[in-house]
Design a protein around this ligand. Structure first.
Ligand SMILES: Nc1ncnc2c1ncn2[C@@H]1O[C@H](COP(=O)(O)OP(=O)(O)OP(=O)(O)O)[C@@H](O)[C@H]1O
Length: 354
Protein backbone atom coordinates (compact mmCIF):
# COMPACT_ATOMS: atom_id res chain seq x y z
CA UNK A 1 0.00 0.00 0.00
CA UNK A 2 1.32 3.42 -0.96
CA UNK A 3 0.55 6.18 1.44
CA UNK A 4 1.47 9.81 1.75
CA UNK A 5 3.06 9.10 5.08
CA UNK A 6 5.25 6.38 3.68
CA UNK A 7 6.40 8.64 0.86
CA UNK A 8 7.11 11.59 3.13
CA UNK A 9 9.09 9.20 5.27
CA UNK A 10 11.47 8.30 2.44
CA UNK A 11 11.64 11.87 1.17
CA UNK A 12 12.78 13.26 4.48
CA UNK A 13 16.24 11.84 3.92
CA UNK A 14 16.69 13.85 0.74
CA UNK A 15 18.22 17.27 1.16
CA UNK A 16 17.77 20.51 -0.69
CA UNK A 17 21.23 20.89 -2.20
CA UNK A 18 21.44 24.58 -1.42
CA UNK A 19 19.84 24.68 1.99
CA UNK A 20 21.32 21.40 3.28
CA UNK A 21 18.01 20.62 4.92
CA UNK A 22 15.51 17.88 4.20
CA UNK A 23 13.07 18.77 1.41
CA UNK A 24 10.31 17.80 3.83
CA UNK A 25 11.58 20.26 6.42
CA UNK A 26 11.87 23.13 3.93
CA UNK A 27 8.27 22.58 2.84
CA UNK A 28 9.60 21.59 -0.56
CA UNK A 29 7.23 18.65 -0.96
CA UNK A 30 4.42 20.63 -2.55
CA UNK A 31 2.21 17.85 -3.74
CA UNK A 32 1.88 14.09 -3.51
CA UNK A 33 -0.70 12.36 -5.65
CA UNK A 34 -1.10 8.62 -5.50
CA UNK A 35 -2.80 6.47 -8.12
CA UNK A 36 -2.96 3.27 -6.18
CA UNK A 37 -4.35 1.11 -9.00
CA UNK A 38 -1.50 2.08 -11.32
CA UNK A 39 1.17 2.21 -8.65
CA UNK A 40 1.90 5.74 -9.86
CA UNK A 41 3.00 8.59 -7.65
CA UNK A 42 3.27 12.13 -8.92
CA UNK A 43 5.15 14.69 -6.92
CA UNK A 44 5.86 18.35 -7.02
CA UNK A 45 9.08 19.30 -5.30
CA UNK A 46 10.23 22.85 -4.69
CA UNK A 47 13.93 23.61 -4.32
CA UNK A 48 15.88 26.75 -3.51
CA UNK A 49 17.33 26.62 -7.01
CA UNK A 50 16.14 24.78 -10.08
CA UNK A 51 17.64 23.85 -13.41
CA UNK A 52 20.92 23.00 -11.75
CA UNK A 53 23.17 20.01 -11.80
CA UNK A 54 22.10 19.20 -8.28
CA UNK A 55 18.49 19.16 -9.33
CA UNK A 56 19.35 16.15 -11.45
CA UNK A 57 20.80 14.43 -8.42
CA UNK A 58 17.69 15.21 -6.40
CA UNK A 59 15.57 13.94 -9.24
CA UNK A 60 17.36 10.63 -9.29
CA UNK A 61 17.26 10.27 -5.52
CA UNK A 62 13.56 11.08 -5.31
CA UNK A 63 12.63 8.61 -8.02
CA UNK A 64 14.74 5.92 -6.43
CA UNK A 65 13.35 6.56 -2.95
CA UNK A 66 9.72 6.63 -4.04
CA UNK A 67 10.16 3.47 -6.09
CA UNK A 68 11.78 1.96 -3.01
CA UNK A 69 8.61 2.82 -1.12
CA UNK A 70 6.66 0.69 -3.59
CA UNK A 71 5.74 2.96 -6.49
CA UNK A 72 6.04 1.52 -9.98
CA UNK A 73 6.33 4.84 -11.73
CA UNK A 74 7.04 8.33 -10.56
CA UNK A 75 6.06 11.62 -12.15
CA UNK A 76 8.12 14.50 -10.93
CA UNK A 77 7.78 18.21 -11.36
CA UNK A 78 10.01 20.87 -9.91
CA UNK A 79 9.08 24.23 -8.56
CA UNK A 80 10.96 26.97 -6.84
CA UNK A 81 10.77 27.76 -3.12
CA UNK A 82 9.69 31.33 -2.45
CA UNK A 83 12.30 33.88 -1.44
CA UNK A 84 10.86 33.94 2.09
CA UNK A 85 11.14 30.18 2.35
CA UNK A 86 14.72 30.23 1.14
CA UNK A 87 15.63 32.93 3.66
CA UNK A 88 13.80 31.20 6.46
CA UNK A 89 15.86 28.09 5.90
CA UNK A 90 19.14 29.88 5.85
CA UNK A 91 19.68 30.30 2.10
CA UNK A 92 21.13 33.50 0.78
CA UNK A 93 19.22 35.38 -1.84
CA UNK A 94 22.03 35.56 -4.27
CA UNK A 95 22.48 31.80 -4.65
CA UNK A 96 21.01 31.63 -8.11
CA UNK A 97 23.33 34.29 -9.46
CA UNK A 98 26.34 32.02 -9.50
CA UNK A 99 28.36 33.41 -12.37
CA UNK A 100 31.26 31.66 -13.94
CA UNK A 101 32.52 32.15 -17.45
CA UNK A 102 29.20 32.23 -19.16
CA UNK A 103 27.83 32.23 -22.66
CA UNK A 104 26.03 35.36 -21.60
CA UNK A 105 29.18 37.29 -20.80
CA UNK A 106 29.98 40.34 -22.90
CA UNK A 107 33.00 38.84 -24.63
CA UNK A 108 31.23 35.63 -25.56
CA UNK A 109 31.75 34.97 -29.26
CA UNK A 110 28.73 32.73 -29.58
CA UNK A 111 25.96 33.65 -31.99
CA UNK A 112 22.55 32.99 -30.48
CA UNK A 113 19.89 32.06 -32.97
CA UNK A 114 16.32 31.83 -31.75
CA UNK A 115 13.99 29.68 -33.82
CA UNK A 116 10.45 30.94 -33.42
CA UNK A 117 7.04 30.47 -34.94
CA UNK A 118 3.67 32.08 -34.60
CA UNK A 119 1.93 28.87 -33.70
CA UNK A 120 2.65 25.26 -32.86
CA UNK A 121 3.01 22.38 -35.24
CA UNK A 122 4.65 24.22 -38.11
CA UNK A 123 7.88 22.25 -37.72
CA UNK A 124 9.91 24.59 -35.57
CA UNK A 125 11.58 21.77 -33.65
CA UNK A 126 12.25 19.77 -36.80
CA UNK A 127 13.89 22.82 -38.34
CA UNK A 128 15.90 23.50 -35.16
CA UNK A 129 17.44 20.03 -34.94
CA UNK A 130 18.19 19.78 -38.65
CA UNK A 131 19.62 23.26 -38.92
CA UNK A 132 21.80 22.74 -35.86
CA UNK A 133 23.06 19.47 -37.35
CA UNK A 134 23.66 21.06 -40.76
CA UNK A 135 25.76 23.81 -39.14
CA UNK A 136 27.77 21.14 -37.30
CA UNK A 137 28.21 19.27 -40.59
CA UNK A 138 29.66 22.50 -41.98
CA UNK A 139 32.31 22.24 -39.28
CA UNK A 140 30.83 24.70 -36.81
CA UNK A 141 30.70 24.19 -33.06
CA UNK A 142 27.02 24.09 -32.30
CA UNK A 143 24.84 23.92 -29.21
CA UNK A 144 21.08 23.41 -29.14
CA UNK A 145 18.73 24.32 -26.31
CA UNK A 146 15.28 22.82 -26.44
CA UNK A 147 13.41 25.56 -24.61
CA UNK A 148 10.01 24.48 -25.86
CA UNK A 149 8.93 23.60 -22.34
CA UNK A 150 5.39 22.78 -23.35
CA UNK A 151 6.46 20.14 -25.79
CA UNK A 152 10.15 19.35 -25.58
CA UNK A 153 10.57 17.05 -28.53
CA UNK A 154 14.22 17.49 -29.42
CA UNK A 155 15.58 14.43 -27.57
CA UNK A 156 13.04 12.15 -29.30
CA UNK A 157 13.55 13.72 -32.69
CA UNK A 158 17.31 13.28 -32.52
CA UNK A 159 17.04 9.84 -30.96
CA UNK A 160 18.72 10.82 -27.70
CA UNK A 161 18.18 8.26 -25.00
CA UNK A 162 20.80 9.36 -22.52
CA UNK A 163 20.84 12.17 -20.02
CA UNK A 164 23.50 14.79 -19.51
CA UNK A 165 26.33 13.84 -17.21
CA UNK A 166 26.74 15.80 -14.06
CA UNK A 167 30.04 16.43 -12.38
CA UNK A 168 29.87 18.45 -9.20
CA UNK A 169 28.18 21.71 -10.14
CA UNK A 170 28.38 21.29 -13.84
CA UNK A 171 26.04 19.79 -16.40
CA UNK A 172 27.61 18.39 -19.56
CA UNK A 173 25.29 18.44 -22.56
CA UNK A 174 24.52 15.31 -24.55
CA UNK A 175 26.29 15.24 -27.89
CA UNK A 176 24.45 13.93 -30.94
CA UNK A 177 25.31 14.40 -34.63
CA UNK A 178 28.05 16.74 -33.48
CA UNK A 179 25.58 19.02 -31.68
CA UNK A 180 25.63 19.64 -27.93
CA UNK A 181 22.07 19.35 -26.72
CA UNK A 182 20.26 20.44 -23.58
CA UNK A 183 16.53 19.93 -23.29
CA UNK A 184 13.98 20.77 -20.65
CA UNK A 185 12.99 17.16 -21.19
CA UNK A 186 16.18 16.04 -19.43
CA UNK A 187 14.94 17.61 -16.23
CA UNK A 188 11.59 15.97 -15.88
CA UNK A 189 10.92 12.36 -15.12
CA UNK A 190 8.78 10.09 -17.29
CA UNK A 191 7.81 12.89 -19.66
CA UNK A 192 5.62 14.37 -16.94
CA UNK A 193 4.02 17.51 -18.28
CA UNK A 194 5.84 20.57 -17.18
CA UNK A 195 3.68 23.19 -15.62
CA UNK A 196 5.89 25.98 -14.44
CA UNK A 197 5.18 29.53 -13.69
CA UNK A 198 6.63 32.09 -16.06
CA UNK A 199 9.46 33.38 -13.86
CA UNK A 200 10.62 29.81 -13.18
CA UNK A 201 11.15 29.22 -16.85
CA UNK A 202 13.39 32.23 -17.13
CA UNK A 203 15.47 30.98 -14.21
CA UNK A 204 15.73 27.55 -15.71
CA UNK A 205 16.95 29.02 -18.95
CA UNK A 206 19.38 31.27 -17.17
CA UNK A 207 20.83 28.20 -15.51
CA UNK A 208 21.14 26.51 -18.88
CA UNK A 209 23.47 29.31 -19.89
CA UNK A 210 25.41 29.45 -16.66
CA UNK A 211 25.67 25.90 -15.37
CA UNK A 212 26.00 23.94 -18.57
CA UNK A 213 29.53 23.36 -19.76
CA UNK A 214 29.11 24.25 -23.41
CA UNK A 215 32.74 24.77 -24.18
CA UNK A 216 33.41 27.10 -27.06
CA UNK A 217 30.47 27.49 -29.40
CA UNK A 218 30.08 29.24 -32.72
CA UNK A 219 26.32 28.92 -32.70
CA UNK A 220 23.74 28.28 -30.04
CA UNK A 221 20.37 27.43 -31.50
CA UNK A 222 17.32 27.84 -29.29
CA UNK A 223 14.09 26.06 -30.05
CA UNK A 224 11.49 28.34 -28.46
CA UNK A 225 7.90 27.60 -27.54
CA UNK A 226 5.50 28.82 -30.21
CA UNK A 227 4.02 32.29 -29.96
CA UNK A 228 5.04 35.31 -28.02
CA UNK A 229 4.66 34.08 -24.46
CA UNK A 230 6.69 34.38 -21.28
CA UNK A 231 9.67 32.34 -22.34
CA UNK A 232 10.04 34.19 -25.59
CA UNK A 233 9.94 37.47 -23.72
CA UNK A 234 12.43 36.28 -21.11
CA UNK A 235 14.81 35.26 -23.82
CA UNK A 236 14.47 38.49 -25.65
CA UNK A 237 15.61 40.33 -22.54
CA UNK A 238 18.19 37.75 -21.55
CA UNK A 239 19.84 37.64 -24.94
CA UNK A 240 19.71 41.14 -26.34
CA UNK A 241 22.18 40.30 -29.09
CA UNK A 242 20.43 37.25 -30.42
CA UNK A 243 19.17 36.81 -33.93
CA UNK A 244 16.03 35.08 -35.09
CA UNK A 245 14.71 32.74 -37.69
CA UNK A 246 10.97 32.48 -38.10
CA UNK A 247 9.38 29.26 -39.28
CA UNK A 248 6.04 29.27 -41.01
CA UNK A 249 3.97 27.09 -43.29
CA UNK A 250 2.99 28.44 -46.72
CA UNK A 251 -0.56 29.07 -45.60
CA UNK A 252 -1.58 32.72 -45.56
CA UNK A 253 -3.00 32.62 -42.03
CA UNK A 254 0.06 30.87 -40.67
CA UNK A 255 2.25 33.58 -42.11
CA UNK A 256 -0.02 36.22 -40.66
CA UNK A 257 0.28 34.69 -37.18
CA UNK A 258 4.04 34.32 -37.61
CA UNK A 259 4.25 38.02 -38.39
CA UNK A 260 3.41 38.68 -34.76
CA UNK A 261 6.43 36.72 -33.62
CA UNK A 262 8.43 38.78 -36.09
CA UNK A 263 6.97 42.01 -34.78
CA UNK A 264 8.23 41.14 -31.32
CA UNK A 265 11.72 40.50 -32.66
CA UNK A 266 11.68 43.90 -34.28
CA UNK A 267 10.42 45.57 -31.11
CA UNK A 268 13.24 44.01 -29.09
CA UNK A 269 15.82 44.92 -31.73
CA UNK A 270 16.64 41.36 -32.61
CA UNK A 271 17.95 40.97 -36.09
CA UNK A 272 15.74 38.69 -38.16
CA UNK A 273 18.00 36.44 -40.20
CA UNK A 274 15.19 35.18 -42.33
CA UNK A 275 12.13 33.04 -42.78
CA UNK A 276 12.01 29.31 -43.39
CA UNK A 277 8.89 28.01 -45.08
CA UNK A 278 8.28 24.46 -43.94
CA UNK A 279 5.87 21.95 -45.46
CA UNK A 280 6.13 24.17 -48.52
CA UNK A 281 5.01 21.56 -51.04
CA UNK A 282 4.86 17.88 -51.80
CA UNK A 283 6.97 16.66 -54.70
CA UNK A 284 5.94 13.50 -56.45
CA UNK A 285 8.80 11.04 -56.74
CA UNK A 286 7.31 9.68 -59.95
CA UNK A 287 6.63 12.82 -61.92
CA UNK A 288 8.57 15.47 -59.99
CA UNK A 289 5.39 17.50 -59.95
CA UNK A 290 4.93 19.83 -56.99
CA UNK A 291 1.68 20.05 -55.13
CA UNK A 292 1.15 22.98 -52.82
CA UNK A 293 -0.77 21.08 -50.21
CA UNK A 294 -0.84 23.82 -47.59
CA UNK A 295 -1.17 26.78 -49.89
CA UNK A 296 1.49 28.96 -51.37
CA UNK A 297 3.24 32.24 -50.80
CA UNK A 298 3.15 32.48 -47.00
CA UNK A 299 6.92 32.45 -46.60
CA UNK A 300 7.51 35.07 -49.28
CA UNK A 301 4.84 37.32 -47.88
CA UNK A 302 6.19 37.03 -44.36
CA UNK A 303 9.76 37.71 -45.46
CA UNK A 304 8.59 40.75 -47.35
CA UNK A 305 6.61 42.04 -44.41
CA UNK A 306 9.55 41.61 -42.05
CA UNK A 307 11.97 43.03 -44.61
CA UNK A 308 14.07 39.93 -44.54
CA UNK A 309 14.85 37.04 -46.86
CA UNK A 310 13.32 33.63 -47.36
CA UNK A 311 16.17 31.34 -46.34
CA UNK A 312 14.62 28.25 -47.79
CA UNK A 313 11.57 26.19 -48.61
CA UNK A 314 11.38 22.75 -47.11
CA UNK A 315 8.99 20.29 -48.74
CA UNK A 316 6.99 17.60 -47.02
CA UNK A 317 8.93 14.38 -46.67
CA UNK A 318 10.04 11.74 -44.22
CA UNK A 319 13.66 10.99 -43.36
CA UNK A 320 15.07 7.56 -44.15
CA UNK A 321 14.81 5.54 -40.98
CA UNK A 322 17.93 3.81 -39.78
CA UNK A 323 16.84 1.17 -37.27
CA UNK A 324 20.34 0.93 -35.83
CA UNK A 325 20.69 4.61 -35.21
CA UNK A 326 17.15 5.75 -34.67
CA UNK A 327 16.59 9.49 -35.03
CA UNK A 328 13.12 9.87 -36.50
CA UNK A 329 13.28 13.52 -37.56
CA UNK A 330 16.84 13.79 -38.87
CA UNK A 331 17.45 14.07 -42.59
CA UNK A 332 20.75 12.71 -43.92
CA UNK A 333 23.00 14.89 -46.05
CA UNK A 334 22.12 12.88 -49.16
CA UNK A 335 18.37 13.16 -48.59
CA UNK A 336 16.81 15.92 -50.77
CA UNK A 337 15.57 17.68 -47.63
CA UNK A 338 18.94 17.18 -45.92
CA UNK A 339 20.50 18.98 -48.89
CA UNK A 340 18.15 21.91 -48.48
CA UNK A 341 19.15 22.17 -44.82
CA UNK A 342 22.81 22.24 -45.89
CA UNK A 343 22.07 25.11 -48.28
CA UNK A 344 20.27 27.03 -45.55
CA UNK A 345 23.17 26.44 -43.16
CA UNK A 346 25.64 27.73 -45.75
CA UNK A 347 23.57 30.83 -46.39
CA UNK A 348 23.33 31.41 -42.64
CA UNK A 349 27.07 31.14 -42.13
CA UNK A 350 27.60 33.57 -44.97
CA UNK A 351 25.07 35.98 -43.53
CA UNK A 352 26.25 35.86 -39.94
CA UNK A 353 29.88 35.80 -41.04
CA UNK A 354 30.96 33.22 -38.56
N1 LIG B 1 8.86 19.00 -43.81
C1 LIG B 1 8.16 18.10 -43.12
N2 LIG B 1 7.67 17.00 -43.73
C2 LIG B 1 6.96 16.09 -43.05
N3 LIG B 1 6.67 16.18 -41.73
C3 LIG B 1 7.11 17.26 -41.07
C4 LIG B 1 7.90 18.25 -41.71
N4 LIG B 1 8.22 19.18 -40.79
C5 LIG B 1 7.67 18.79 -39.62
N5 LIG B 1 7.01 17.63 -39.78
C6 LIG B 1 6.25 16.89 -38.76
O1 LIG B 1 5.26 17.76 -38.25
C7 LIG B 1 5.08 17.58 -36.85
C8 LIG B 1 5.28 18.90 -36.11
O2 LIG B 1 6.64 19.27 -36.23
P1 LIG B 1 7.42 19.93 -35.04
O3 LIG B 1 7.19 19.20 -33.77
O4 LIG B 1 8.80 20.15 -35.51
O5 LIG B 1 6.65 21.31 -34.97
P2 LIG B 1 6.74 22.45 -33.90
O6 LIG B 1 6.39 23.69 -34.63
O7 LIG B 1 8.02 22.42 -33.17
O8 LIG B 1 5.58 22.04 -32.97
P3 LIG B 1 5.39 22.40 -31.42
O9 LIG B 1 5.53 23.88 -31.36
O10 LIG B 1 4.01 21.90 -31.17
O11 LIG B 1 6.47 21.69 -30.70
C9 LIG B 1 6.06 16.50 -36.44
O12 LIG B 1 5.39 15.29 -36.41
C10 LIG B 1 7.09 16.52 -37.56
O13 LIG B 1 7.71 15.26 -37.74
Amino acid sequence: MLSEEKILNVLKDIKDPDLHKSIVETGGVREIKIKEEKGHVSLKIALARTGTAEQMHVQQKVVQAVKGAGAESVGLRFDQLTEEEVKKHGGSEGTEEKKGPSLLSKDSETEFILITSGKGGVGKSTVSVNLATALAREGKKVGLIDADIYGFSVPDMMGIDTRPTVKGQTIFPVERFGVKVISMGFFVEDNAPVIWRGPMLGKMLNNFFNEVEWGELDYLILDLPPGTGDVALDLHTMLPESKEIIVTTPHATAAFVAARAGAMAIKTNHEILGVIENMAYFESKLTGEKEFVFGQGGGDRLAEELKTELLGRIPLGQPEIDEDDFAPSMYDTDHPIGKIYMQIAKRLIEKVGK
